[in-house]
Ligand binder design. Sequence first.
Ligand code: FMN
Length: 354
Amino acid sequence: MQLGAYLLQNRIKFMRNLIILLMMISSSVLLKGQNSDFLKMLEYGMKAPSGHNTQPWKFKINKNNIEVYPNFEQELLIVDKSHRELFISLGCAVANICITANQLGYAYHREIIQKNNETFIRINLNKELVNKNILFQQIDKRQTNRSVYKNKLLSQDTIDKLRKLKINPPVSIYFYQKGTKDFNKLSDFVYEGNRILFSNKDFKSELLDWIRFNQKDIENNKDGLAYNVLGSPSLPKWIARPIVKSFLKPKSQNKSEKEKILSSSHLVLIATSDNDPKDWILAGEALELFFLKCTELGIAVAFCNQPCEVETLSQELRAEMNINNNYPMLLMRIGYSEEMPYSMRRPLEDVMIE
Ligand SMILES: Cc1cc2nc3c(=O)[nH]c(=O)nc-3n(C[C@H](O)[C@H](O)[C@H](O)COP(=O)(O)O)c2cc1C
């Protein structure tokens, strides 16, 4: 290499390292001096589930409260055009923050604030004597488990425990046992959802953009759907992307979906009385509580959300299922399974705002 080119290359390397260093310093400044209890609450907030693991939240720490904002840079334009799932994800993070607040000895008052066309959540925090929520222990253990389950029915006693979970209006949870007419009807909605979504090239391209095909891809992004979580081998992206793409077809998706649904015990539908950001956030809070309770009981959970994601199907589902005219928000399957690998999260400093 010529001397001039060598010096230029070194200078570029130096500048790049300098920029990385400056970014690291500025982000650690954001965390420095912050209330350590509040930081802990956010650390647990971020362990919440989110659509495609987009982690679409931004957090602001104030003297006596934490604010949770949507991060539209992480939006899913095709599958979640209305941002419904984005706000549900925020609700999940809020539930974790509130449970952790109690764990650290804080009472909380959670407000959903809607002003100037903007929706965000403020969690007011006050140190006082409070009851701890035993579900806190489950936050670290919770995971979306997309494997084929063990084909074992949940006992009535276990279902009763899930039903007893304190879920407040406007959110309702419905259970459908395998083999029943409604279970089969809902399964057909899922297969039809797959048929519509996996015939849509924009949907497939968005999904592929969020798949992380190997460890380096995971480390570089720290979000998205990791190959090991999806049960795929680690491969270079240029090999893996076309292979995965070839499987994103209605027929192959429905073949594996059917096996998974039939290996589960129940389908579970979460619905709300309105279809607006406030109810979406409340649905997210309920989802996370339900998820944590399942984790406590050793029950695996995965999403079969397709009928809620296709507008026409969501309307049909609302009209045809006996759900008091509520709006379908989330459809899941539950059952028993071995543990799967865990998803990556971005560092806290990346999602903090001043
Ligand atoms: C609102 C919402 C919608 C989701 N939809 C789906 C889905 O349709 N299919 C799926 O496999 N996972 C779905 N998930 C699960 C996420 O992909 C998962 O939470 C994320 O990858 C992080 O993984 P974890 O839950 O194991 O922490 C959804 C999660 C949320 C909160």
